[in-house]
Design a protein around this ligand. Structure first.
Ligand code: HEM
Length: 412
């Protein structure tokens, strides 16, 4: 890792700092009004884009009348009940990927890759990749006494992790980030045909090399050697899966880890709690994902039959948006939901979705978030916000909600 800190610095600064978006709390307040008024709300085509945010268009659906599940229980029901609510199918950047499949086809794809994402695999990655990576990143900032944790830390490790999982060598890191980051969900656009062709050109030699080697542990190797009903995956199937992983796995974890640092740093009592009791690391991570969901705010489903949610009849064919962000703030389940609080008696649920499509990479994401905080607490003594720098906030409206900067000081 020649210059992990320098990678794409200029672009990151431009995109993360100058593109300000809006304060995510304002957006949450708007969603909360809807949730309080009606946890399962019928909306018209004109209202839909504004309520769902930019990712609505990413699914390619026409703006039509639909329901939005805002409440905690309503979202959980819609996402869990795959018998009555299926994925809308083709359309948008993730068409024909595991994320858009249904039923048996989806089950087989998941089965094929599940070991590569299982806790046992993640334990290995923690020792061989994730912990050493965090130390290398902290090595570069520790002597300076100050840092922007977003620019210098959280915007790096999720991309290195996905790159290594895919078996792409470090010399190609910049090129990989260039393909994965600026054209991804973080800036709300860029999934066009030209981008897909660039990704394919980039991946082709790696696919060929992985095929010529015996199966190893990296995901690319697992995928090229996988058996799907007696056949190997085609190039097109492989591209689709791999293309999904960078926005699904890197942008999300980047946003989640940044929000977690903001959560603990703006609540110094909680920072102290976790500093002295590292069993709380996973609560610090999960509570950040509840506080500000670091993936799409909502996920679409279509009713496969006449059914009911929260006493509301839902006719077959109705599109329903399960608003995970709003459900994370449901005051019926989380008192004072706007507070970041790692001591909540009720643990966050559904932060990685529910049911058959629940996040495949959740153990990797949690591991990265926990270890990044663990290493920072060990190595950056007296870590605290820089009182003279602009106060950090969670920005929304520019991809996944997350702070654009977190300026900190620590002792050297
Ligand atoms: C904090 C980080 C993350 C969050 C908040 C998150 C959130 C989610 C959510 C909510 C879903 C469900 C979507 C739905 O039901 O429609 C999902 C699915 C998925 N995630 Fe994540 N994710 C994160 C990190 C990752 C990572 C690190 C990876 C891979 C390395 C990953 C790979 C996937 C895949 C492949 C799916 C599709 C699963 C399926 O449809 O069966 N995610 N994620």
């Amino acid at each position: 890792m020649a210059d992990v800190i320098g990678v794409n610095r200029a672009r990151l600064e431009r995109e993360l700092v100058e593109v300000r978006g809006i304060d995510a709390e304002e957006q949450q307040e708007m969603w909360a009004e809807h949730r309080r008024a009606c946890p399962f709300e019928a909306v018209t085509g004109e209202e839909v884009p504004g309520l769902l945010g930019p990712q609505r268009g990413a699914y390619g659906g026409a703006a039509g009348d639909m329901y939005i599940a805002w409440g905690h229980d309503e979202v959980a029901q819609v996402m869990r009940d795959a018998a009555h609510f299926m994925k809308p199918g083709p359309g948008g950047p993730f068409a024909n990927t595991i994320l858009s499949m249904n039923g048996e086809e989806h089950r087989k794809y998941r089965e094929m890759v599940k070991d590569a994402f299982a806790p046992a695999a993640v334990d290995r990655w923690e020792t061989t990749l994730i912990r050493p990576l965090m130390h290398r990143l902290v090595d570069a900032i520790a002597p300076k006494g100050r840092a922007d944790l977003v620019r210098d830390y959280t915007s790096h490790f999720p991309f290195h992790v996905i790159r290594v999982l895919l078996g792409i060598p470090e010399e190609q890191h910049d090129e990989f980030v260039g393909l994965a980051f600026p054209g991804s969900a973080t800036l709300g656009s860029g999934f066009d045909d030209e981008w897909e062709r660039r990704v394919q050109r980039f991946l082709d030699p790696h696919l060929a090399a992985a095929r010529s080697r015996p199966q190893g542990e990296d995901l690319l190797s697992v995928l090229v050697h996988a058996d799907l009903d007696g056949r190997k995956l085609t190039d097109d199937e492989l591209y689709k899966f791999l293309v999904l992983l960078t926005p699904a796995g890197a942008d999300t974890t980047f946003a989640g880890a940044s929000t977690m640092f903001l959560g603990v740093l703006t609540n110094p009592d909680q920072l102290e709690l976790v500093r002295h009791n590292r069993k709380l690391l996973s609560r610090a991570a999960d509570e950040a994902l509840r506080w500000h969901n670091s993936a799409a705010s909502s996920f679409l489903r279509v009713a496969t039959d006449d059914t009911e949610v929260g006493g509301c009849p839902v006719p077959r064919g109705t599109v329903v948006a399960a608003h995970v962000s709003a459900h994370n703030r449901d005051e019926k389940r989380y008192p004072e939901p706007e507070q970041y609080d790692i001591t909540r008696p009720v643990l966050p649920r559904g932060i990685f979705g529910y049911g058959p499509h629940a996040c495949l990479g959740m153990h990797i994401a949690r591991c990265e978030m926990k270890v990044s905080l663990d290493v920072a607490l060990d190595r950056l003594t007296n870590l605290r916000l820089d009182p003279e720098a602009p106060p950090p906030y969670v920005r929304s409206g520019v991809g996944f909600p997350s702070p654009p900067y977190i300026h900190v000081l620590f002792d050297i």
